[in-house]
Design a protein around this ligand. Sequence first.
Ligand code: SAM
Length: 238
Amino acid sequence: MESNARDKLEETPENVRRKMSNTSKALGYENVDTFMEECLREKSPEEAKKFYANWAANYDNEVKEVEYNGPELFAKSFPKLNVPRNAEIIDIAAGTGALGEKLNAMGYKYIDALDGTPEMLDIARKKNVYRNFCQFLMGCGYESPIKDGTYDVAISCGAIGQGHIPYNAFYEIIAMVKQGGLICWLANDPSEGEDEESFKTVMADLTDSGKWKVFQEPIRLEYFYRKDSAFFRVMQKL
Ligand SMILES: C[S@@+](CC[C@H](N)C(=O)[O-])C[C@H]1O[C@@H](n2cnc3c(N)ncnc32)[C@H](O)[C@@H]1O
C-alpha cells in the first residue's frame, strides 16, 4: 500500500476502532470493555507500567474511542485558578502529553512531564510541549529524583487512584511543590472499599498534620470517562 493511502486509512474512525480491538487482542482481552476493566482494576504500579507500555503507541487514538475526556475537562477548569503563565508546573503521570499540549497552547511554557512508563513519555517527547522529562514510578517507596520545593503547581489527570498512582504518592507530590503552591488533580472519586478507605486516610493525615489545606472545594465534572463523572480537586501546600 502507498504510504499516503495507509495514512488516510489510519485516520478513519473505523480504522481507529480496528486498532483498538487489535491492542485489546494483543494484550489478551476479548474486547474494549474488558481491556478498560483491566485498566481500572486495582494493581501494583509495576503492573500498571507494563499495561501502559503495551498501550503507548496507540493510546492517543484509542482513548478517543473509549470516550476519555480527562485532559479537555482539566484544561477547562485550570484557567479559573489564575495560575500565572510563567509558573513552573509538573504534570504527574503525563502519559502521552495530552494535558501538556492543552496547557502549552494556553501559554504555559514551563511544564515538566513525569510518568512511570518510558514508552508513554517517548510519545509525549515528540509533542514538544514539555521542558523536562522524568521517568519515575510514584508511590512505590523509591527515592524521588525531584528536588523538594521545585514546582509552583503539580497537576495530574486521570492517574491518581485505583489501578494507577496510589494515594500515598501525595506525600511525594507535596514534597515537589513550593510552600503555598497548588496540587490539582482530576480523577474518579473513590467510592467504595479499600480504595475509599486509603483515600480518606491519606487526605485526613495530610490535612491534620498541616501539610496542605483545601484551596477550592472539589468540583464534579461530567463525562470524564464515558458517562462517568470525576472530581477536580485543588489543595494548597502549607
Ligand atoms: C490514563 S493515563 C493518563 C495520562 C494522561 N495524564 C492523560 O490524561 O492522558 C495514566 C498514566 O499514569 C501512569 N502511571 C500509572 N501509575 C503510575 C505510577 N505509580 N507512577 C507514575 N506514573 C504512573 C501511566 O504510565 C500512564 O501514563
